[in-house]
Design a protein around this ligand. Structure first.
Ligand SMILES: Nc1ncnc2c1ncn2[C@@H]1O[C@H](COP(=O)(O)OP(=O)(O)OP(=O)(O)O)[C@@H](O)[C@H]1O
Ligand SMILES: [Mg+2]
Length: 494
């Protein structure tokens, strides 16, 4: 399965680019070198051919006495070898294409200066040369065949119509070019391997800081910022946060961002603390006047002088509303204290006993409900704050009492579950409305029916259950449908 280049890693992309660039540069340079060398050597070969031709007596190749002075014309034949040292071919052809002979009857058919010995062309080779030997044109290459090889030949027609072919071997040039090509191809292959290995090492080294920056970012993303943690210990190492390099700029930007986030978290926590403190202070301050209101109301009730019934009723309302307000203030104060993380008491609390007491209180408050207890044989203890744990049960049982009709059966259970203890209250009432369930543990969440409002419910009961449970290191759960509603608190055991 191949991955499309757009999804390659940066490393692969860089390496592929470097290799591609290297290959292109090598190809262009090599092609230019080979072509230029070939052009130069061919020119050299043509010069050799001209020089070789000059050593053969064009008009009197046979060495006969043409001017009748009794002396044979100088043949200027030797040494015929090309100045470059390559082999030279000399072939005389009669007008009808036969091999010509010189005055001494020697056939004008020779390959001279070979490394072995002078050679002559056989009939097929003579035919190959004579076919290519067209006069007047520039030198042509001809593959003579056999072990003679390729020659660059030039042809001249003599006065009697016979042709003189002179050629120089292209073998040294071809050999040189082949060797040059081999060197270039081999060099490119070795270069590619070196660039590949070197490039991989250099790229890996250069990108290593990026890996470290990414690792820091990953560690930061794994931090649970929502849990109230405000000090971010993670930073990109100083060496990788140097603004002079590209990766360093990323590192620097991440560090600056983390500084910003940290100070924002600090500021948010500070303002949250202020709000909590304000709620706690306000609740605390309200306690005294509320106690006074209730005290005075009670005093008025004890009045022996006759009081009009409307006044008695009004005073009664004042007293009950003050009581409700006092409960609300206590709840707010408790939540503010739990929010501030104030440590709770940690002493062994007998949950079984707590459940027995809470259920008997509930029974007294609502005798029309059926109250049941389901406790394990031996008492179950958890470390915690007795008064707060009692409040959990009291709130859950109060809900089972106030949000269900008379006759509802309510079962209170305490069950060890591994290292945890589950305390649950189950009723067969109408259940928590489905829309309410996801946020039932949030503050001021309450069913908005007339019954609930008439009860003077505030919607803080379950949020206190959740806050106390969490302050003990536990968690809360709800599952509810018509006929079966269970609220549970899971607390860590001893
Ligand atoms: N056992 C239950 N059966 C049906 N509905 C319930 C039950 N327990 C809670 N609820 C619903 O959940 C809402 C929130 O309960 P919560 O205890 O937080 O507030 P409250 O009982 O309304 O007020 P408070 O407890 O502060 O006096 C209730 O208003 C009620 O609608
Ligand atoms: Mg309640």
């Amino acid at each position: 399965m191949s991955i499309s280049p757009s999804r390659w890693t940066l490393r692969t992309k860089l390496l592929a680019s470097v290799l591609a660039l290297f290959t292109v540069v090598m190809l262009v340079t090599s092609a230019l070198t080979v072509l230029e060398t070939r052009r130069y050597l061919t020119a050299q070969l043509e010069a050799d051919l001209t020089a070789a031709r000059g050593r053969v007596d064009v008009d009197h190749p046979d060495g006969a006495d043409h001017d009748g002075d009794g002396r044979a014309e100088p043949q200027r034949r030797g040494p015929v070898g090309a100045p470059g040292g390559g082999d030279v071919l000399v072939l005389g052809l009669t007008p009808d294409g036969e091999v010509a002979t010189d005055s001494s009857g020697t056939a004008l058919n020779a390959v001279v200066n070979t490394s072995t010995a002078d050679d002559t062309l056989d009939a097929a080779q003579v035919l190959a040369v004579s076919e290519a030997a067209t006069t007047g044109s520039s030198p042509v290459r001809v593959d003579v065949g056999g072990d003679v090889g390729t020659y660059l030949i030039s042809t001249q027609t003599l006065s009697d119509g016979s042709r003189l072919v002179v050629g120089v071997s292209t073998a040294p040039v071809d050999e040189l070019l082949a060797r040059l090509l081999a060197v270039v191809v081999g060099g490119t292959a070795v270069g590619l391997a070196l660039v590949g290995v070197g490039g991989t090492i250099v790229i890996r080294r250069s990108l290593a800081p990026l890996d470290r920056v990414a690792a820091t970012a990953r560690r930061v993303s794994a931090l649970e910022l929502g849990s109230g943690q405000v000090t971010l210990g993670e930073r990109v190492p100083t060496a990788d946060a140097d603004g002079h390099t590209e990766v360093g700029q990323v590192g620097l930007a991440i560090n600056t961002m983390l500084d910003n986030v940290e100070s924002a978290l600090h500021a948010r926590q500070e303002s949250e603390t202020q709000v909590r403190q304000f709620v706690a202070d306000a609740s605390h301050e309200l306690r005294t006047p509320l106690a006074s209101i209730r005290g005075y109301a009670e005093l008025t009730r004890r009045e022996t002088e006759p009081v009009p019934p409307t006044v008695t009723h009004a005073i009664g309302r004042v007293e009950s509303e003050a009581l409700r307000m006092q409960e609300l203030v206590e709840d707010l104060l408790l939540l503010a204290r739990l929010d501030s993380g104030r440590p709770l008491q940690r002493e062994p609390v007998d949950l079984s006993l707590l459940a027995v007491n809470a259920v008997s209180d509930a029974h007294a408050a609502a005798p029309d409900h059926t109250w049941e207890l389901d406790l394990p044989e031996s008492p179950v203890e958890v470390p915690g704050d007795q008064a707060r744990l009692h409040q959990i049960l009291a709130n859950l049982l109060a809900n089972a009492r106030t949000h269900t009709p008379a006759g509802t059966r309510v079962v209170t259970r305490v069950r060890p579950e591994g290292t945890l203890v589950r305390v649950s209250v189950t009723d067969d009432g109408p259940g928590v409305p489905e829309t309410l369930q996801p946020k039932v543990f949030e503050r001021f969440t309450r069913g908005d029916d007339a019954r609930v409002r008439a009860n003077g419910s505030t919607g803080l009961g379950l949020s206190i259950v959740a806050a106390v449970g969490q302050a003990h290191g536990g968690s809360v759960e709800v599952s509810s449908r018509a006929g079966s509603t269970t609220f549970s608190v899971l607390l860590p055991g001893t």
